[in-house]
Design a protein around this ligand. Structure first.
Ligand code: NAI
Length: 340
C-alpha cells in the first residue's frame, strides 16, 4: 500500500562529484491525449527516474506535450501524432504504457469494449514488437482479461514474446481495495495492502481480504460488502460520470504507481512486488492476476503463497471466476488467430 516513490538509484550512476544522479529510463504512452493518458503523463513527468516521455495518440497530443514540457522536471517530453509517427515514438523505450481505446459508458461491461479496443491493442503491440521488441509493456486498455492475451499472441507471431515483460495493469483494483478496507476498518491508508487476484472485470476480480496486511478481522457481512464494492468500483465511477467515461484520475495514479515499480525493478531494486495480470503458473489458467516479484528482466517469481489457506468464501469465488476468465482469455487469443 505504500506509495512507490523512488528510494534508490543505481550507485554506478553517481556523478564524479559523488552526487547521486537520477536514473534514466524512457517511456512511451500510447493513447496519451486521453482521460487516463493526460494525468498519467503528468505523474510520469514528475518522476526523477524518467529521462524521456514519448506521448503518442491519433490526435490532440501536441498540446498535451507542449503543456507538460513546461514543468521543470528532467523528463524530456515529445509528441507523436498519428500512425505514421508511431514507430519513432517507440525508439529506445524501456517501457510502453497503453491506455488507448474507448472507455465504458453506463450499462456497458468491459467486454462490450472488445470490438473496438481489441483492434487498437493489436495494432499498437504490432508496432511495439517491431520497434521496441525488448520493452516492458503495461496494458491498461479494457477488457484487460482479453487485451493482454491479444498482446501476447501478437508478440508470439512476431517472434519476440517475453512473458516476463507483458503486464495487464490491475493496480487500480488493489488501490481501491486498500482504500475501501482502510475506510471500513479505520486504518491508516498507507499501512493497508490487500492482494487482488484473478482478472480485471466483475466477478473475475478476487480481493483476498483474508490476506490483508496488517491482519484484520472481517465479519461475513463486511467481506461480502467489501468484495462486491471492490469488484464494482469501476462501475461506481462510470455511473457517477454519467456517460463522460470511466475512472481516469485514480487510474492514472494506479498506472503511475505500477510504472514506477517497473522502473525501480529495471533499475535493480530487489524488493518490488505488485499484483498484475500476467502469463501465469499459479492456477491452470494461462493468464492470471497475482502478486509477482519484479526484477531487471521482468517477472522474477510468483507469490504462490497467496493462494494457500484461502477462506471458503475466497475458494468459492476463485472457482466461480475461472470459467469467465478462461472465456475472456480465449476470446483474445482467437481474435488474433482468426485474423491471420
Ligand atoms: P479516452 O477516450 O479518454 O482516451 C483514449 C485515448 O485513446 C484517446 O485520446 C484516443 O484518441 C486514443 N486512441 C484511440 N484509438 C487510438 C489508437 N488507435 N492509437 C492511439 N491512441 C488511440 O479513454 P480513457 O478514459 O483514457 O480510457 C482508456 C482505456 O483505459 C479504456 O479502454 C478504459 O476501459 C481503460 N481503463 C482501464 C482501467 C484498468 O484498470 N486497467 C481503468 C480505467 C479505464
Amino acid at each position: 500500500g505504500k506509495p512507490s516513490l523512488p528510494r534508490k538509484v543505481n550507485s554506478n550512476q553517481s556523478s564524479p562529484k559523488g552526487q547521486v544522479r537520477a536514473a534514466a529510463y524512457n517511456i512511451a504512452v500510447l493513447g496519451a491525449a486521453g482521460g487516463i493518458g493526460q494525468p498519467l503523463s503528468l505523474l510520469l513527468k514528475m518522476s526523477p527516474l524518467v529521462a524521456s516521455l514519448n506521448l503518442y495518440d491519433i490526435a490532440n497530443v501536441k498540446g498535451v506535450a507542449a503543456d507538460l514540457s513546461h514543468c521543470n522536471t528532467p523528463a524530456q517530453v515529445s509528441a507523436f501524432t498519428g500512425f505514421a509517427e508511431l514507430p519513432d515514438s517507440l525508439k529506445n523505450v524501456d517501457l510502453i504504457i497503453i491506455p488507448a481505446g474507448v472507455p465504458r459508458k453506463p450499462g456497458m461491461t468491459r467486454d462490450d469494449l472488445f470490438k473496438i479496443n481489441a483492434g487498437i491493442v493489436r495494432t499498437l503491440v504490432e508496432a511495439a514488437a517491431e520497434h521496441a521488441p525488448n520493452a516492458w509493456i503495461n496494458i491498461i486498455s479494457n477488457p484487460v482479461n482479453s487485451t493482454v492475451p491479444i498482446a501476447a499472441e501478437v508478440l508470439k507471431q512476431k517472434g519476440v514474446y517475453n512473458p516476463r515483460k507483458l503486464f495487464g495493469v490491475t493496480t487500480l483494483d488493489v488501490v481501491r481495495a486498500n482504500t475501501f478496507v482502510a475506510q471500513k476498518k479505520n486504518l491508516r491508508l498507507i499501512d493497508v495492502d490487500v492482494p487482488v487476484l484473478g482478472g480485471h472485470a466483475g466477478i473475475t476480480i478476487l480481493p483476498l481480504l483474508s490476506k490483508t496486511r496488517p491482519a484484520v478481522e472481517f465479519s461475513p457481512e463486511e467481506i461480502e460488502e467489501l468484495t462486491v464494492r471492490i469488484q464494482n468500483g469501476g462501475t461506481e465511477v462510470v455511473e457517477a460520470k454519467a456517460g463522460a467515461g470511466s475512472a481516469t484520475l485514480s487510474m492514472a495514479y494506479a498506472a503511475a504507481r505500477f510504472a514506477e515499480s517497473c522502473i525501480r525493478a529495471l533499475d535493480g531494486d530487489e524488493s518490488v512486488y505488485e499484483c498484475s495480470f500476467v502469463q501465469s503458473e499459479v492456477t491452470e489458467l494461462p493468464f492470471f492476476a497475482s502478486r509477482v516479484k519484479l526484477c531487471k528482466e521482468g517477472v522474477e517469481a510468483f507469490i504462490n503463497a497467496d493462494l494457500n489457506g484461502l477462506t471458503d468464501y475466497e475458494q468459492t469465488a476463485l472457482e466461480a471466476l475461472k470459467p469467465e476468465l478462461k472465456a475472456s482469455i480465449e476470446k483474445g487469443i482467437n481474435f488474433v488467430k482468426q485474423s491471420l
